[in-house]
Design a protein around this ligand. Structure first.
Ligand SMILES: *[C@@H]1O[C@H](CO)[C@@H](O)[C@H](O)[C@H]1NC(C)=O
Ligand SMILES: *[C@@H]1O[C@H](CO)[C@@H](O)[C@H](O)[C@H]1NC(C)=O
Ligand SMILES: *[C@@H]1O[C@H](CO)[C@@H](O)[C@H](O)[C@H]1NC(C)=O
Ligand SMILES: *[C@@H]1O[C@H](CO)[C@@H](O)[C@H](O)[C@H]1NC(C)=O
Ligand SMILES: *[C@@H]1O[C@H](CO)[C@@H](O)[C@H](O)[C@H]1NC(C)=O
Length: 505
C-alpha cells in the first residue's frame, strides 16, 4: 500500500483512525480537559449594560442555571473598531459544581439593528472542531492570520448576529461530561438555546438560521429536528414557559450527511472527475467499494445506539476508510484538489488550525473571553472525536431529517465548494435528489444556472421555491472544503440573499 503522508491525517504508513472529514492528525492534542478541577459555583455575573438576570419560569423552562457572560474588549477588532460581543458559559442539563456541563458561546452583534437582526447559530465540523473557526475565518468581524486578527471586510455580522457555539461539550472552550452522538448533542443545543434566550430575551423573536459544514452535516439537521419537535410539543403544552424558537432556515457547506451516497460517489470524484489517485490505486479502491457499501447497508438496519448497532457502524466505517483515505495522493490536497501540499507535516497546509490554537490559547484572548484557567483550548477535540467514533455516529444518516423540515417550510441551502474531495459534491447532490419532499420533482428538473451573472463561472444555483428558494443547491467552482474562508465575499453575498430570501436573479 502506498504511503499516506499526503493525506491531511498526516499519519504516514498506517491506516488513519481519524474520520475522513476532520483535519485531525498532527494538530490533535490529547489534552484531557481538567473537568474535575472545576470549582466555580452556580452563579451568574450580572452585566448591567444589557440587564439580564435570572428569570423565574413556570413549568419546564430553565429556572436556574449556571451562566457567566462577559463583554470582551480589545480583541477581534473589526472594520468599525471593537465589535460589540458577548462571550461566556451556560450550564446545560446535568450541570453541577463537581460535574460540570458548560457550553461556551461568543455572540457577535450585528452592526445594523442588532436587536431585530436574524441570528446565525454557527457550529464547527469535526466532530469536535471549535465553533469559533468559521467566525474568525470569514463570518465574523475579524479574520485570523499568522499574527493575530485583521478586520474582515466580508463579515456577515454587518447585518446579522452571529452566535458561535463550541459544540458538542468537550469542543473548544466547552467543558464537562460529553455526549457521544449528534442526536444527544442536538438536545443539548436546544437546552442551550432556551437558556440563551433567557439571557438575551430580545433575540428570541428574531429568525434563527443554523449554519455548519463538514460534520455540521450531522449537527445541523439534528439540531433543526429537535427544535421542530420541541416547538410542536410546546404548542400543545400551555404549562411550559419554554420559548418557541423561530427557526427559519439552514445553511450547510460541504457536509457529510448520507454515508451511502458519500462512498458511492467518492471514487467518481477521485478517479473519474479528477486524478487524485493513480490508476492502480483507483482499481484497488474500486475493489473494496462493494464491501464498504454492503456494510453500510447492513448498519442501516438499526440506527439505534445499542452496542450491537454501534459495532455494525464501526465495522462499516473500518471497511470504508481505505476508500476515503487509503491511498497516496502524490501531493494533491484532498480538501482542495487544485492545490498541492508537499510539507512533511500536512497540517502546515492548513494553517488556520494552528492559528486558532495560538490565538485562543493566548492569555490576552482568554482573559477577554472570561475563560477559566484550567481550560486548554484545542481547535479539534480528540476526546469528542473518539466518543463519536465509538458509536459510529458518522455512519448514521442524517439527510432524511431534511424531509420533514423542508415539508414544514424550513428553507435549506447547500452551498458546496466544487474542489473538495473530503465531502465531495457528487455525494451531496445525490442525496439531495433523493429527498422525498414537495420540492423533489421540481428540484430534479431545475437547471444549474450560472451565478452571480449569466456568464459567470463562479458558481451555479439550482433553486426551488420563491425568493432564494425553499430547497437550494449551489456549487462554488473556486472553492474547496471551506467556502466561507476561501470565498468569503461570495459567501457573504450568498448569506445575505439567502437570509433575506431574495431571488438569485
Ligand atoms: C495545552 O496543551 C498543549 C498541547 O498538549 C500543551 O503544549 C500546553 O502546554 C498546554 N497548556 C496548558 C496551559 O496546559
Ligand atoms: C508576525 O510577526 C512577527 C513578529 O512581529 C514577524 O517576525 C513575522 O514575520 C510576522 N509574520 C507574518 C506572517 O506577518
Ligand atoms: C465568571 O468568570 C470570571 C472570569 O471571567 C471568573 O473570574 C468568575 O469566577 C466566574 N464566576 C463564576 C460564578 O463562575
Ligand atoms: C454513549 O454514551 C452513553 C451514555 O453515556 C453510554 O451509555 C454508551 O455506552 C455510550 N456508547 C458507546 C458506544 O460508547
Ligand atoms: C417555501 O418557503 C416560503 C418562504 O419563502 C414559505 O412561506 C413556504 O411555506 C415554503 N413552501 C413550502 C411548500 O413549505
Amino acid at each position: 500500500m502506498g504511503k499516506l503522508a499526503n493525506n491531511v491525517d498526516g499519519l504516514p504508513l498506517r491506516i488513519p483512525k481519524r474520520p475522513f472529514w476532520t483535519l485531525a492528525g498532527a494538530l490533535l492534542t490529547l489534552t484531557a480537559i481538567a473537568a474535575a478541577a472545576v470549582c466555580a459555583s452556580i452563579g451568574f455575573r450580572y452585566t448591567a449594560s444589557i440587564g439580564f438576570r435570572y428569570t423565574q419560569h413556570r413549568g419546564t423552562a430553565p429556572s436556574k442555571f449556571y451562566a457567566n457572560v462577559t463583554q470582551p474588549r480589545g480583541i477581534c477588532a473589526g472594520v468599525r473598531g471593537d465589535a460589540a460581543s458577548y462571550a461566556g458559559y451556560i450550564g446545560l442539563a446535568g450541570d453541577a459544581e463537581d460535574t460540570p456541563r458548560r457550553s461556551f458561546f461568543w455572540l457577535f452583534e450585528a452592526e445594523e439593528d442588532a436587536r431585530d437582526a436574524p441570528v446565525i447559530l454557527t457550529v464547527g465540523g469535526g466532530p469536535g472542531t471549535t465553533g469559533l473557526s468559521r467566525p474568525v475565518s470569514g463570518q465574523g468581524p475579524c479574520s485570523l492570520t499568522a499574527n493575530g486578527t485583521v478586520p474582515n471586510p466580508d463579515r456577515v455580522t454587518e447585518k446579522y448576529n452571529v452566535l458561535a457555539l463550541d459544540h458538542p461539550i468537550g469542543t473548544g472552550f466547552s467543558y464537562g461530561r460529553m455526549v457521544n452522538n449528534s442526536r444527544d448533542g442536538a438536545l443539548d443545543v436546544y437546552d442551550f438555546l432556551q437558556k440563551f434566550y433567557v439571557l438575551f430575551p430580545h433575540l428570541a423573536k428574531n429568525p434563527l438560521v443554523i449554519s455548519g459544514g463538514s460534520y455540521g452535516g450531522k449537527h445541523v439537521p439534528n439540531i433543526a429536528t429537535v427544535i421542530q419537535e420541541q416547538n410542536r410539543a410546546l404548542a400543545s403544552d400551555s404549562t411550559s414557559s419554554a420559548v418557541h424558537i423561530n427557526l427559519e432556515s439552514l445553511m450547510i457547506s460541504n457536509p457529510t450527511s448520507d454515508p451511502m451516497a458519500h462512498f458511492r460517489w467518492l471514487l467518481y470524484f477521485y478517479c473519474e472527475l479528477h486524478s487524485v489517485y493513480d490508476a492502480p490505486t483507483c482499481a484497488a479502491m474500486y475493489a473494496k467499494l462493494p464491501a464498504c457499501l454492503d456494510l453500510i447497508e447492513l448498519s442501516l438496519q438499526d440506527a439505534g445506539l445499542s452496542e450491537r448497532a454501534s459495532s455494525a457502524r464501526r465495522a462499516a466505517r473500518e471497511a470504508c476508510l481505505y476508500i476515503a483515505w487509503g491511498g497516496d495522493t502524490h501531493g494533491v490536497m484532498v480538501e482542495d484538489v487544485r492545490r498541492r501540499c508537499d510539507e512533511e507535516d500536512t497540517m502546515e497546509c492548513f494553517p488556520l488550525f494552528k492559528w486558532l490554537e495560538q490565538y485562543f490559547r493566548d492569555p490576552v484572548t482568554t482573559r477577554a473571553l472570561g475563560i477559566p484557567p484550567f481550560i486548554n483550548f484545542t481547535a479539534l477535540s480528540g476526546p469528542v472525536d473518539e466518543a463519536f467514533a465509538a458509536t459510529g455516529d458518522e455512519m448514521i444518516p442524517t439527510h432524511q431529517l431534511y424531509e420533514p423540515l423542508l415539508t414544514d417550510g424550513i428553507r435549506v441551502l447547500h452551498y458546496i465548494g466544487a474542489q473538495d474531495g473530503n465531502c465531495a459534491w457528487p455525494g451531496v447532490f445525490s442525496f439531495l435528489t433523493r429527498l422525498r419532499t414537495p420540492f423533489q420533482r421540481e428540484f430534479l428538473g431545475a437547471p444549474d444556472v450560472p451565478w452571480p451573472t449569466a456568464d459567470s463561472d463562479a458558481a451555479t444555483v439550482r433553486a426551488v421555491g420563491a425568493g432564494a428558494g425553499n430547497m437550494t443547491y449551489m456549487l462554488i467552482s473556486g472553492s474547496g472544503h471551506f467556502p466561507q474562508q476561501e470565498q468569503s465575499a461570495l459567501v457573504k453575498d450568498i448569506t445575505e440573499r439567502w437570509i433575506e430570501n431574495r431571488a438569485w436573479f
